[in-house]
Design a protein around this ligand. Structure first.
Ligand SMILES: [Zn+2]
Length: 126
């Protein structure tokens, strides 16, 4: 795709919002933004600078360490004895295994049927 075709395919609108800005003693301000259109879904996204500084990232090393010391039913050594099995008419072996991943039913009855996908280092709600 050449540059013109790319611009047609990836449509965008660049503009500015105009206001009296309280962050600049209510002086008149123009803040640029861009609207981008997803050519496949028709969804739009906005691109702009935020006038607010993002919060500092908290130090979560202690929380991670405490988590590692707690019992986890999804860790490989506990998975087989601590997680439920699907009904045998649905999954004869009770769980679906593919490589290191294991699909197990969710013990929390949120809907009729829901599963967790468990990897050795991660657990993903499905
Ligand atoms: Zn775990």
């Amino acid at each position: 795709m050449n540059g013109d075709a790319m611009d047609t395919f990836f449509k965008r609108i660049q503009s500015k919002t105009r206001l009296f800005n309280p962050l600049k003693d209510f002086s008149f301000d123009e803040i640029p933004f861009e609207i981008r259109y997803d050519p496949l879904t028709g969804e739009t996204g906005r691109v702009f600078d935020t006038p607010y500084r993002p919060p500092d990232r908290p130090d979560i090393a202690e929380i991670i360490q405490r988590s590692r010391e707690m019992f986890c039913p999804f860790c490989p050594d506990a998975l087989e004895t601590s997680t439920p099995l699907f009904p045998t008419e649905l999954i004869p072996d009770g769980r679906i295994k593919q490589g290191d991943a294991t699909l197990i039913p969710n013990l929390i009855p949120l809907i009729h049927m829901r599963g967790y996908l468990s990897y050795p280092e991660n657990t993903i709600l499905g």
